[in-house]
Design a protein around this ligand. Sequence first.
Ligand SMILES: Nc1ncnc2c1ncn2[C@@H]1O[C@H](COP(=O)(O)OP(=O)(O)OP(=O)(O)O)[C@@H](O)[C@H]1O
Ligand SMILES: [Mg+2]
Length: 344
Amino acid sequence: MLDIQGLSKLYPVSDGESAPMRALRGWARHQPRPAPKLHAVDDVSFTIGTGESVGLVGESGCGKSTLVSLITRLIEPSAGTILFEGKDIAAINTRAFARTPERGAIQVVFQDPHDSLNPRHSAFDAIAEPLRRLKKRSTAECRPRVAELARDVGFPEELLDRLPHQLSGGQKARVNIARALAPEPRLLVLDEPTSALDVSVQAVILKLLDDLRTRLGISYLFVSHDLNVVRLLCDRVIVMYLGRIVETGTAEQVFEQAAHPYTRALISAIPRTIEESPVERIHLPGDPRSPVNPDPNVCRFYGRCPRGVDLCQESEPRLLSMAPEHSAACHFAEEVQESALAQG
Ligand SMILES: Nc1ncnc2c1ncn2[C@@H]1O[C@H](COP(=O)(O)OP(=O)(O)OP(=O)(O)O)[C@@H](O)[C@H]1O
Ligand SMILES: [Mg+2]
């Protein structure tokens, strides 16, 4: 369904050189200097199958939301292709994309249900809006479909006239999901859909999302900080670090046989129940490397990686296959995996 190859988004940033510094550089100021670019998403490739649920994890700033904005065509890529059902939607500019049939087929649910609803639009208007805009339906024509969508997501029909401030967080989340489902998408992109909700409401909404996927047979790209959620909801997992995919595999492969030290650290930080065997928590020292003009010869995880050796600053590891569907980008992937298996 979705086949992404070599996708990148680089943002130009100021090089911070003041006018006096430029003058001091004298003759050299006309010499070309590499323009500084922030590598938000850097040469990313992956696929999502029909009806498949893929989780995307990684710490703040690793490029998850940028990737979401690229796939939903809200921003222009710097390079790469996004084949959606065989058509390269990356080649269509963002304005023109709004008029293509794919616009309805790929829908997104954003992080904060409070922010993403217009305060002056009722729940009905919020759900009907994509039907009016994408399917050119009149308000009267929308009514039966909006009622059906409200039922699908468990939103009380008698509350459809209410404004967002008259709804609870969970109800707003349901409106947001109904709105995304309105144009009958085949791919639903969920960017931390429950992180702004109370823990008890989170569980209910996650269950709803899981049921909807089974019932409607749509594909999910599920972005989350919470690895437990990804484990429950996703068939496959992608782990990102500083704009790059560092590991990808089935949920079982990533959680049971992690082959990248960063994935190991993420897994070690998952809260465990008393019955589960304790795992030694791996602390990552320091901050991530700068995403601006990263050195192409140094592993992006170098400096924080518990295993970092000279080789890691001499050549950046590529994403290599460990097993069918399982790949990791670490010079020591096999050793990391062996120790993961040994620890259980
Ligand atoms: N419009 C922009 N202009 C410049 N840099 C940007 C822009 N949007 C994002 N970035 C940078 O790109 C990188 C990735 O940001 P992104 O929002 O995709 O991260 P994220 O993984 O979604 O983080 P979080 O978990 O906090 O939501 C960050 O370094 C961020 O500062
Ligand atoms: Mg984000």
